[in-house]
Design a protein around this ligand. Structure first.
Ligand code: ZN
Ligand code: ZN
Length: 262
């Protein structure tokens, strides 16, 4: 800063300027903290683990959302440091909590108080570990994949894209179909969704084909015999083409969708 320079907005002198603007004025003109309109936290109702991208963590914690669950949704610009945040609930339903985060932030040497609204949906989904421990059985699998002959997609982007399809699908599922979803697993080539009811899995697979244009292939394999009857497991392979509106270069979206277990 050289002598005699002044802020082009407020005219103050003797302040350090960035692009001709003092910190106070810049703070008025830039969002110092923001959050996505809607956020989702996936919680295992059995062990309290949270799903973070491809992983589950914090098994053993309370299923009730805490600041630790909310902080990751804050979008903090490079020049901003968050001193503290206090969350206040303004409204809550069974699955959605409306909150306001009151934060003290530091920006270019000055401190400000900002408020960030956040709406968080809690998704209850049994984590793979608890599914395995509980020995949950399944009768059918829905495989969600990209096109067989399409351009290759990076696993993370592909899974994120398929996760969005899954979220759309879950919204359209009948409650009994949703209840038949035991657990899901991530794979480099997509998702496997395990069902405890083959008819429900077939209904979901058909829904995906009819409503979302996925291609569907059904196959079954003999897995054993029970009470003199052959036991089959049925696999539905759904292939989803990219939607025209999907920006192909877009990275993964975080915390989208999940299986609702009620
Ligand atoms: Zn100024
Ligand atoms: Zn669990």
């Amino acid at each position: 800063m050289s002598e005699g320079e002044f802020c082009v907005v407020c005219g103050a002198t003797g302040r350090s300027l960035v692009d001709g603007v003092c910190a106070e004025c810049a703070a008025d003109r830039t969002p110092l903290l923001s959050a996505p309109k809607r956020a989702e936290v996936t919680v295992c109702p059995t062990c309290g683990a949270r799903r973070r991208g491809a992983h589950w963590e914090r098994a053993g914690s309370s299923p009730v959302l805490t600041a630790e669950d909310l902080a990751p949704f804050l979008q903090i610009p490079d020049e901003v440091a968050v001193r503290r945040v206090q969350w206040e609930e303004t409204m809550a339903t069974a699955t959605v909590r409306e909150l306001v985060g009151r934060a003290r932030v530091r920006f270019r040497g000055i401190e400000r108080d900002v408020e960030v609204p956040l709406s968080v949906r809690t998704i209850r989904m049994t984590c793979p570990e608890c599914s395995r421990k509980s020995g949950k059985y399944y009768t059918a699998t829905i495989q969600m994949r990209g096109p067989a002959d399409g351009p290759s997609e990076k696993p993370i982007a592909l899974r994120a894209r398929l996760e969005e399809e899954w979220t759309r699908l879950v919204r359209e599922m009948r409650p009994d179909w949703r209840n038949a979803v035991a657990w899901r697993e991530e794979l480099p080539e997509g998702w496997n969704c395990f069902f405890t009811d083959t008819l429900a899995a077939r209904a979901v697979a058909k829904l995906a084909k009819q409503r979302f244009g996925a291609s569907l292939k059904e196959s079954s394999s003999l897995v054993g015999r029970k009470n003199g009857q052959d036991l089959y497991r049925v696999t539905f392979c759904l292939r989803f083409a990219r939607r025209p509106s999907d920006p192909s270069s877009k990275g993964p979206t975080t915390g989208v969708g999940g299986v609702v277990e009620q």
